[in-house]
Design a protein around this ligand. Structure first.
Ligand code: G6P
Length: 621
């Protein structure tokens, strides 16, 4: 979703802002823009539809001077993606410029009021209303910019992360947030501002995460040969806050492709290492115990839980479905898995002895954040599984577990998914052992096998070239069906989602046994069917499903256990994964599906890392 970058200091702002926008490209966007105060009292705004590269070409012959500036990548919500609607937006007098991530829900009412006061609007965006409201407030209440921002934001309903420039104050950058993320980087005589830490990491590891309803005022003033740098944080109600400086745990190399053609492929191949990182310090060296501090510190909440509700979106929701199987099997606590967007609005019954597990790679997904807030208000205990350290979701949770896979840049989630499944499986094992609902033998078998999973993933990855080869056969397809059962039913859905996201081929993930109740009507020789069929659970029944597909001339790609003989005889293509515990099969079976989607998308010439219309971090509803 929209990305924000800001800079104030001694260096030329433009190259820092552009580089920052490139770093934020992974979030998804359809236009970009930049605003700079040029040192001659001029506030220049440049915008372009499309990629950041197009903005750069547009700016090539423009005045890009200035040591203060803001820049933005826009993911359209109000108003189509075009140059006029791109940010930054000027105020009426063109004294102010604003960038915004979020949605102002009451913008229509505010806009009508401003129009009555004679304000005119150039764009269809809700953002322009905000900058006009700030200017109007400043002029009519005779207050400084910070106060005008505070007063204007008090009238706003919705979510925002904003940054504002005032051409009359080229030494001040003001920003604020509610619901959308914002982080300040502290350099030497300079400040950076961004939606996440990726544009900041190469300049400093000292950051401040801005909290909801906080306004931050960054000043860099030159006095004779001395540079004065100040940061002031208040709430929108003008309560003074003390900035809390944190150290960034992020390195620059994590943001680069490291020789791979795409971030997605790099991230798929990183999984043996990232899963080791997710287990580090949690699974002991003898591999006979798992210690999750977020569980240990809150054991009673889990042991007394009458129910666990899992809430998430997209790929994280699929990880939640797999966890339902593991938690019910090992801990025998009823589990419900909910799309956050549905849960937050459907007036769910939530009790004080419920445990809510929220899963989110980014830790910023607006619907998941709202679902947590609802559950919290009813007294439920919130445990979150997140990847981005310090993001909003872990900060509002009672406890949790980070997945520690490093930044995931490819929009289609891969390494975050396997890490989420690993973290949730570890949690299920912890609860099950503590409750005494699983045998010690089973506990030890699964923990030991978890330790072997990274090597087994490496073995699956060795088949990459073969998968790339047969992926070419399927680029003609308009539709795909993915089938699986039990633990591998969510894997089928995840495989279908990967294909949809990056290759734009329609795909459906279905429980294999349900095929007879509908999808079987679609099967013909044109229809590729991916069947996830490891040798465990209901394997024989899935083999029968494959027979049914072949009887109708469907083309079967099967993911099977090494040495499988039954399916190998009937499927058109097979991909083998090593044998493992049933609850861990998703960690292996999903890998070929990630690779298959990736290679089909590459052959089709799709933009794998930044698929159309998608955003990595969905910070609006
Ligand atoms: C977007 C991303 C998906 C992700 C989903 C949930 O749709 O494109 O990859 O699974 O959001 O995001 P979260 O950060 O909450 O896991």
């Amino acid at each position: 979703m929209c990305g924000i970058v800001g800079y104030i200091g001694k260096r030329k702002a433009y190259p820092i802002l552009i580089k920052g926008l490139h770093r934020l490209e992974y979030r998804g966007y359809d236009s970009a823009g930049v605003a700079l105060i040029n040192g001659q009292g001029q506030l220049n705004v440049y915008k372009a539809k499309g990629k950041v590269a197009e903005l750069e070409s547009f700016c090539a012959d423009k005045d890009t001077r200035g040591t203060i500036g803001i820049a933005h990548t826009r993911w359209a919500t109000h108003g189509e993606p075009n140059t006029v609607n791109a940010h930054p937006h000027y105020s009426e007098s063109e004294r102010l410029a604003i960038i915004h991530n979020g949605i102002i829900e009451n913008y229509a009412v505010l806009k009508a009021g401003l129009q009555q006061e004679g304000y005119t609007f150039r764009s269809d965006t809700d953002t322009e209303v905000l900058v006009q409201l700030i200017e109007y407030t400043q002029e009519n209440r005779h207050v400084d910019l910070k106060t005008a921002v505070q007063l204007a934001l008090q009238q706003v309903i919705g979510a925002y992360a904003i940054a504002i420039l005032d051409k009359d104050h080229p030494d001040t950058l003001i920003a604020a947030r509610k619901g959308s993320p914002l982080v300040v980087g502290i350099g030497e005589d300079e400040y950076f501002l961004a939606s996440d830490a990726t544009p900041i990491v190469e300049y400093t590891d000292q950051v401040i995460y801005i909290e909801d309803e906080e306004v931050v005022c960054l000043k860099v003033e030159s006095q004779k040969s001395k540079v004065e740098r100040t940061i002031d944080i208040t709430t929108i109600g003008n309560v003074q806050k003390t900035p809390e400086i944190k150290r960034l745990e992020l390195s620059l190399s994590q943001l680069e492709k490291g020789g791979y053609p795409h971030f997605m492929l790099k991230e798929i191949f990183e999984q043996p290492r990232t899963l080791t990182d997710s287990m580090r310090g949690r699974v002991n060296v003898r591999q006979d115990n798992i210690a999750l501090s977020g569980f240990i510190d809150n054991k009673e909440r889990f042991l007394n839980a009458k129910r666990i509700i899992i809430t998430a979106c997209g790929t994280s929701w699929h990880a939640g479905l797999i966890a339902m199987y593991a938690i019910e099997e090992f801990a025998q606590i009823p589990v419900e898995v909910e799309y956050s967007s549905e849960f937050r609005y459907r007036k769910p019954v939530i009790n004080q002895d419920d445990v809510v597990i929220a899963i989110s790679q980014s830790g910023e997904t607006a619907d998941t954040l709202a679902a947590i807030q609802l559950a919290k208000s009813k007294g439920a205990f919130i445990f979150s599984i997140c990847n981005v350290v310090g993001a909003s979701i872990p900060r509002v949770s009672d406890s949790g577990c980070y997945t520690h896979v490093g930044p995931e840049i490819g929009v289609a989630s891969t390494k975050a998914f396997t890490a989420q499944v690993t973290a949730l499986t570890m949690l299920a094992l912890c609860i099950g052992r503590e409750k005494g609902t699983m045998s010690e033998d089973k506990y030890l078998a699964v923990v030991r096998e978890l330790g072997r999973i990274p090597d087994k993933i490496s073995r699956v990855l060795e088949q990459d070239a073969r998968i790339a080869d047969f992926a070419k056969t399927f680029t003609y397809a308009q539709n795909f069906i993915y089938l699986g059962r039990g633990y591998n039913y969510p894997v089928a859905m995840e495989g279908a989602l990967k294909l949809k996201e990056i290759s734009y081929i329609h795909a459906e993930g279905y429980p294999a046994a349900e095929m007879k109740h509908g999808p079987i009507a679609l099967i013909s020789q044109e229809m590729p069917v991916v069947v996830v069929a490891p040798r465990c659970g209901t394997y024989e029944k899935v083999v029968s499903n494959i027979q049914e597909i072949k009887a109708r001339k469907g083309r079967v790609i099967a993911v099977v256990t090494e040495g499988d003989e039954l399916v190998s005889k009937i499927a058109d293509y097979i991909i083998e994964v090593p044998e493992t515990e049933e609850c861990l099969t998703p960690l292996l079976t999903v890998i070929p599906l990630q690779l298959l989607a990736y290679h089909i998308a590459v052959v089709k010439g799709c933009d794998v890392d930044q698929p159309r219309n998608l955003a990595k971090s969905v910070t609006v509803e």
